[in-house]
Each structure stands twice: as C-alpha cells, then as structure tokens.
Design a binder for this molecule. Structure first.
Ligand code: TRP
Length: 346
C-alpha cells in the first residue's frame, strides 16, 4: 500500500480559536485527517518571536491547552491526527539552523507575511528570532517531510520560502526534501461581528468556539447591521457583503431554506433585524452545542490533554531525528546512525 501523504499545519498559541478559524481551516483539517497523515503543531517557539516576556510565555502555555481543546471539540481525532507542541521537538531548531545558511537576509526581509507582521505589530527593531520565523516554519514542514500545508492566504509566502529552501538544499546536497504545496482554503474570510473584513482576536470582533450560549447571543445581538435599515420595513440587500448577519447564516445555518426565506423577506422589507439575529443565535447554538459538549468532556479530563501532547511529541521526535540525520549525512556533517532511523520513520 502506498504511504499516505503527510500534511502539516499549525497555530501559534496566542489565543483560543474562533468561528473564523473554523471556516478558514479547522473544518478542512477535520476532512483531511481521513485521507492523509496529518500533523498539527502548536507553534510556541513562533509565539516567542514577538512575545518573549515571561508573562506572555505563561499565557501561551494556557492557550496551548485551550487550542488542543478547540481541536478536539471540532472533531480532530488524536488517533488520526498527531498533535504536538513545537518546543517538545527541539530537533526542529537544528534543522532551522542548517536551513538558515541557505537563505539570505534580504530574501527574508522581502517576505510579505513577515513584513505585514512587523508593520501590524509596529515592531521597530525585529529580533533575530523574528527574522528566523519563516525559516523555522520551513523546518516545521520539512522535518516531517510534509507535502501538503493547509494554510490561509496570509501564510502563502512562507510556504513559498519553504519550497525554495527544499530546492536549494536538494540541489546542493542531494534529494532529501519534498517540495511542499500550500493548500489555500477557498472559503471567503469570515467577517467580524463589527462588520470589519476579518474576524480576529486582536480586533476584538470574534465569536470563540468556547463562548458560552449567553455570550454568543450577546455578540449576535450587537452584530453590525445595515445602517440604511433604520426600520424593519425598509427593503435591503442581504447579499451585500457588509450584511454580516447573513454571512454567518450562510456559513453556519444548517437550514439554508430558512436562510433563503429570511433573505426574501429582507429584500421586501418584511423582516426585522432582531428576528434575523434570533434565528442566527438558534442556528449557532445547533452548531456549537455538540462542540461545547466535546470540549467540556476533555476540559473535565485534563490528563487526556497531557497524554495527547506527550504521545504527539513521542511520535514526531524520532521522525524529526531521522530527517535530521539524513540531512546531516547528505551535507557531509558527522554521521549519525541513519539506516535504521530511515527504515523506521521515513
Ligand atoms: N505561522 C503560522 C501562523 O501564524 C503557524 C505555523 C508555524 C505554521 N509553523 C507552521 C503553519 C508550519 C503551517 C506550517 O499561522
């Protein structure tokens, strides 16, 4: 039987996951785990590149657990998907160091994803760690020889650098690495509850997967609505992109006939915003209730989280060691016992 292709992606532990993550990537990851060998890493080294204070690190440790709960809650199955914390597999750092010799500083400085990060977070003097960000990400991908990297459009330029690194390494030292492909989700970005283009924790416009029902209801009731509709009898266009309540209906309501019916009445000026929102609250509850239930199950059993992360690291580490041994041998660095590692893990 042909080996399953490997897929790797991950998240920085900077906050719990929200509905935008769900449509953007989580739903996709749940689907992929049936067909591929999937690795999900929680990138705590990457979080350090912009948040190295001790308080930030301790907060990130909490977020790691929240993110694992979010993964499990949406249906990521730890039997199929290997979930691990980046710094539990420190071999990735050695690979990143080796890769860093193959990339020039001006090349890193040109990466749009990194430039945006530096601009958005108003970082005046980027650390060396931050400049290594994309190289470390390439090492994340290549240390398990992942061939598919499901990410948002904003991460595309990092995957492009990863491909360049793989090509350059292979041409200098021989074929070791695959050239991974970014798998960019084709879902439109979910807007925030304030009507801004993108749901994001830092913009404070997110509905989190872990929000309790009252919180979800409160957020929906304060959702941005069409400013021309000062009365419910004013006809308006539900398909206008700024009518975010309908964007959520489209993404999450399991009763699309209801959505069509609401849209028809909205166009005729025969439905109030409050009704549209109340029905969205009900739809979101149908969607979130089972997620909340699974989350509560694991939240009540914290040892399971520890076990999942320990098992994940135990699975990835030897793969990482085998890849590293192979890379070192290809480069002519001092040998490590490769044949056995390779037979078992690559
Ligand atoms: N940089 C990614 C983000 O911020 C997280 C990440 C780290 C990642 N390593 C990765 C994503 C490897 C895909 C593959 O979202």
């Amino acid at each position: 039987m042909a080996k399953k292709k490997r897929v790797l992606t991950g998240d920085r532990p900077t906050g719990p996951l929200h509905l935008g993550h769900y449509v953007g990537t989580l739903a996709n990851r749940v689907r992929l785990q049936d067909k591929y060998e999937v690795f999900l890493l929680i990138a705590d080294y990457h979080a350090l590149t912009t948040k190295p204070e001790k308080a930030d690190i301790l907060a990130a440790r909490e977020y790691i657990r929240e993110i694992v709960l979010d993964y499990l809650a949406v249906g990521i199955d730890p039997e199929k998907t290997t979930i691990y914390v980046q710094s539990d597999v420190p071999e990735v750092c050695e690979l990143a160091l080796l890769f860093s010799m193959l990339v020039t500083l001006p090349r890193v400085e040109r990466i749009p994803t990194l430039k945006d990060m530096i601009r958005d977070q108003k970082i005046e003097n980027p650390s060396m760690g931050l400049m290594l960000y994309p190289i470390l990400q390439a090492a994340d991908i290549l240390h398990v020889k992942a061939e598919i990297v499901p990410v948002g459009k904003d991460q595309e330029s990092h995957v492009e650098l990863c491909r360049e690194i793989a090509r350059r390494f292979n041409s200098l030292y021989g074929e070791v690495f695959p050239e991974p492909e970014a798998l960019i989700g084709d879902v439109p970005t979910l807007p925030g509850i304030d009507g801004r283009a993108k749901m994001s924790k830092s913009l404070g416009n997110a509905i989190f997967l872990s929000d309790p029902p009252e919180e979800v209801a409160r957020k929906v009731m304060q959702m941005f609505t069409d400013p021309i509709r000062i009365r419910p009898d004013i006809p308006a266009d539900p398909d206008a992109p700024h009518n975010v309540v309908f964007r959520y209906h489209e993404a999450f309501n399991d009763d699309q006939a209801e959505v069509e019916e609401l849209k028809a009445r909205y166009r005729q000026g025969k439905v109030g915003d409050v009704e549209v929102k109340k029905r969205l609250i009900a739809a979101l509850e149908r969607f979130l209730a089972p997620i909340r239930e699974r989350r509560a199950y694991y939240a009540a059993r914290p040892h399971l989280i520890d076990e999942i992360l320990a098992a994940g690291a135990a699975k990835v580490r030897p793969i990482s060691q085998a890849t590293l041994a192979e890379a070192r041998e290809a480069m002519g660095l001092s040998a490590r016992p490769l044949a056995e590692l390779k037979a078992r893990y690559l």
